[in-house]
Design a protein around this ligand. Sequence first.
Ligand SMILES: [Zn+2]
Length: 505
Amino acid sequence: MNDSMRRAAAILLVIMGGAAPWWTGSGAPASASANDAMVAAIAAAPERAAANDPRLKAAWRFEEGGWIYVHLEGDPGAVGYQHGYLLAAEIEDAFAAVSAGMTHSTERDWGFFRKAAHEMLWPKIDAEYQQELQGIVEGLRAGSGSKLDVDDIVAFNAFEELPDYYVPWLNKREKAANAPNLKSPGNCSAFVATGSWTKDGKIVIAHNNWTSYRNGERWRIVFDIAPKNGYRILMDGFPGVIASDDDFGINSDGLMVTETTITQFEGWDPNGKAEFVRARKALQYAGSIDEYTKIMLDGNNGGYANDWLLGDRKTGEIAQLELGLKAHKLWRTKDGVLSGSNWARDAEVLKEDTPEFDANNKESSPNARRARWDELLQENKGKIDVGVAEKMLGDHADTTENKEDANEHTLCGHVDGSPRGVKEWEWQPYYPGGAVQGKATDATMAKDMRMMARMGHPCGGDFLAKPFLTAHPEYAWQEPYLRDMKAGPWTEFRAGQTRKERGKS
Ligand SMILES: [Zn+2]
């Protein structure tokens, strides 16, 4: 293919979106008869019509470094439609993996989650995000012929909050006999630094996402969202979910946002607003640490309770919002560093919201990583930049053994290598989970909406599903969904970026 042909094909691909284009005859063997090809073309006619939908004009998709980048733009319905259409195949695949995990751990059927989404979550979702979620369903159906409806997509968007927050709360309330032991997750290692801690005195923020490899290998979307209302957003994310959800993002008014989950958090308010809605809204509409805090507190349902690490590049100020349900606390500074590895520290939050958490157990994953953050950040004081942050996210120093040993104690988590697992999260020995990808940025990059991202373990190591499942048949139920997770390179992404700009067309 010459350059102009390749460009034309690339443009056509953008127009067609991510779904398999009908004209490539994908799925049909090359030797298919003309008749078969014609039948295929007729069958694919609705997809072809969908590709001409005017709502798709402003959107595009490309892949790089193991990530799938999508640009979404317009009113909420259009943003949703583009999301659903461009990521149709990935949404179907992620929905299967996530819903299998939700029903497996809770021993509740999918209808239970649909009902919770419909009756409890949906009525409190802002109209704007209801439209976006409906748009995802429409785009998904047009893109892949999916049968999923809005209740499915809402329950799916709440995958971090319904199984591990709502269900244990409900089991306790209903005094359910033989209820599974469900624990809120502990996801992620992160920090935000500013002032004398960083090389240029401005903010540096970094995060690696800890989750099951089953879900984590699918957490490979870079969303560039130009919404009709609110600020431009660049964030990593999960196919079909409107919030970053792991979370890492920046907005065009200067907010830099990440979090780590509070281990052994207990609590749920059925009258509150879903966390995934508040988190998306805060990233889209907050121009300051105060505004961010206000949006997260408005309708706080206790779901997916996090220690939010925030930066405002306009002022150089950073903050930590420890968002419990019964208690919360905000710390802020223009000269300091704030880290997170799934531990709460406010006395009230510890007492009211995480009564089981043992802050003194040096062997636990959150506390071992907390000690490592303290060492590593102190060692790098005054030198922290994005390059240093990338290295830290891949760190394998185990503070409990005083040696390099990638496991549940290290900032780059590899729990599949740990005979201990993480009992605080109900991760059994050798649980296939840990750090699944990393992101970092600084104030200068954030000003022009850029960030670095690496898919897979931030250290660069690969996870291979087949040998793991052979060695650990206790995880055989994951076999249909568990895939290899190979690390990509650290890759820069920018809002408004097109494939052509990267010289890859
Ligand atoms: Zn690692």
